[in-house]
Structure formats: C-alpha cells, structure tokens
Design a protein around this ligand. Sequence first.
Ligand code: RNT
Ligand code: ZN
Length: 418
Amino acid sequence: MATERYESAKAMYAAIGVDTDKAIETLKKVPVSMHCWQGDDVIGFDHDGPLTGGIQTTGNYPGKAKTPEQLMADMEKVFTLVPGQKKINVHACYAIFEEDGFVDRDKLEPRHFKKWVELAKKHNMGLDFNPTFFSHPMIKDGLSLSSPDPEVRKFWIEHGKACIRISQYFAEETGIPCVMNIWTGDGFKDIPADRMGPRMRYKESIEEILNEPYDFNLVKPCVESKVFGIGVESYTAGSAEFSLSFAAEHKDKCLPLMDNGHYHPTEVVSDKIPALLCFFDEVALHVTRGVRWDSDHVLLLDDETKEIAKEIVRNDALNRVYIALDYFDASINRISAWTVGMRNMQKALLNALCTPNEALKKLQDESRLTELMVRQDEMKTMPFGDVWAEYCAQCGVPADGTWFDEIVKYEEEVLSRR
Ligand code: RNT
Ligand code: ZN
C-alpha cells in the first residue's frame, strides 16, 4: 500500500509529465555493480602484502573482512539494505584457493572463483571482473603491460588472458554479461624520456590479451584511463587519449571505461558520456567521488553523480552504459560506506527517471532558455524523497533514517568480534 505522501508526490510529478510508478519499475531492472574491494581496503586473498601500484586506501577502521566468508557475509548484509538490481564486481586478487592451493595470477582458473559464482547465483546477480595489475612482485619499476621487460609483459598478458576465460565463465554461469575492466597503474613518478614506447607496448599487450577467444555478447573487456596515480604523477601509459583511441580502434571487442576520479578536477564525466555515446554502442563507468584528486571517497548524492545519472537516462542509454562503483574508504564502517554509495547511485538514477526530460529538451530546442533554467532548478525542490521511500518499500529495503541502526547492530555483533 502506497503511503499518502507517495500519492501526493506522484500527483505533483504527474502534473509536470513524470510517471513515478514507471520510473520505479524501470529502475528496478537497472543493474549497478558493487565492488567487492570496499570491504577489505583493496587487498584480496592472494597475497599478504600491502596495496601497491598507484592506488591507496587510507584509514584503519576496525572490522575489515579478512576471509572470503567474512567479505561475502558483509556484502550480503549490504544487499539487504540497497534497493534495485545489483551485480558483484570481483578483482582477480580475490581468487579463493582451497585444498589444491595457491596459483599465481598468470595461472588463475575459473575454479578459483567458484564461490563468487555461487554467491551471485544465490542472489540472481551477474558478476563483473577485473584483472589485478597491482600489489604483486611482477610489477617491475611500476610497470606491468607496458614494461620494457618481455618476461614481465608476458606474465601480465597471461594474467589478462586468464581473466578473459574467467569472465566468460562468469557470464556463462550467470547468463548475464560480464564487464572485464583493464586498469594498470603503469607510469612514471618523474618526467620520462620516452612517452610513446611504453604506450606502444601497452597497446600491443592489451591487443594480445584480447586475442584470447571470447564471446563479445557475454564478455565486455574495457580499458580504463587515468590521468595520474600515487607515485606515477608525471605520466601514465593508459592516459585518456590512449584508452579512448584504443577502444575506438577495437570497437568490435572492447569498450572505453571512464572513472570520474580520473580526469582533471574541472572535467566532468557527465559531459563525456553523451560524447562517447555518439560513437560507441556501449560504454562503462566507474562512479566514484574524488575530493581534490582521485581520492575515491564514498559516493554521495552530489551534483555530478546526479548529472551522470541524468545523461544515462535522458539519452535512453540505461542499456548501453554499464554502471559500477569504485571507491574505497578505510576510515569509516565499510558496510556503511558500501550502503551509502549504492543507495546514492540508485537515488541519482531515480532522480533522473523522475525528471521531465523530453519537456526540458523541447524547451532547449525551442530556445526557451530562461524557462529551461527555471524549470531545471525548480526540480530540486520536488518531493523526490517520497518517491525514493516508495521505491525502497517496494524493494523491501529500509527507508532512509532506519538502515543505519542495522549497521550499528552488525558492527556490534559481527565486525567488532573479528
Ligand atoms: C584505480 C582505478 C581502478 C581501481 C580498481 C580497484 O585508480 O580506478 O579501477 O580502483 O581496479
Ligand atoms: Zn576505477
């Protein structure tokens, strides 16, 4: 039974041409991929060392997951608090080695991810995947796929190929396409003498990875660009131009992936989405929140998150844009970090779906720009919270203001005992 508040909000939206029931139904089917790495500060299960290779977590909040069981239990807790359709995003370093023991990254097999498939199937979710080109001794002088050492490149190419096979397995098992994202921290701290050589090697290495057979309807390899990383401030091999050109040249076998922490601070991914949609059938996103730099703070319902969602929705691209979250905050309760970000992505999408996009476009096309500004700005005080509350209720998850108590309880009963 819808609340009176929802009925009243629905009427207000109907008056401006928005069908909130339809918005809710649409959103229920949009998958958002939840990154497993928020739960343990991007460590994984295949090494004992720290996170290295151009990314960093900060903070030491107690209770982080240390085993596959703990990580999966934490993720399942989040699933109960987040409305809508989810996917599970796994990194290769989260391989699970059972009795038969450890294998290195170049030798990974689907069986090392069987438990992830079980988790996904249990919740009717798809899986996304990522080769892990960091936190490993075969990263030599900060380089993997672009290394001048053929042995290093070979190791990482084999890793990439293994990950393609695992992605194919994920897609076949779940029946849902698997987005496989290639990101490396390859780069230089200080001014390089050769900027093109590493990029040519990087290009050839990714091409070799993509020579591994896969069904492009099931496996969606992506190349993620980045402007700089920690310790590689002067140069990254996988820059924006490199990655986008690579994806454009290999349109029949991979997609560009944009992470909104990976551009100069006044550039916005919301504006890049419609640019790429003019040229690519599909694109992939890592949605994050950079504070002054690529800091990977928890996603908030801020203006850029809302704009990203609007560009996806109003370009009718919900089926063309793969949405994944990518951030890692180790300074706060990690279950809460996941929940806030996942709920905010959902809120941003619902907000976009509750926008009279066609009417606003018409104002633009008719050059009624004063009215456009007024109407767009007035959207901000529409009773969106009541539609959100209805959506949460229909999805059987707690409303705002009620879920945090569950996290406090989980922290007391589970996390604090780790
Ligand atoms: C790093 C990239 C990359 C990683 C994950 C863990 O800057 O954003 O996507 O965050 O692979
Ligand atoms: Zn990313």
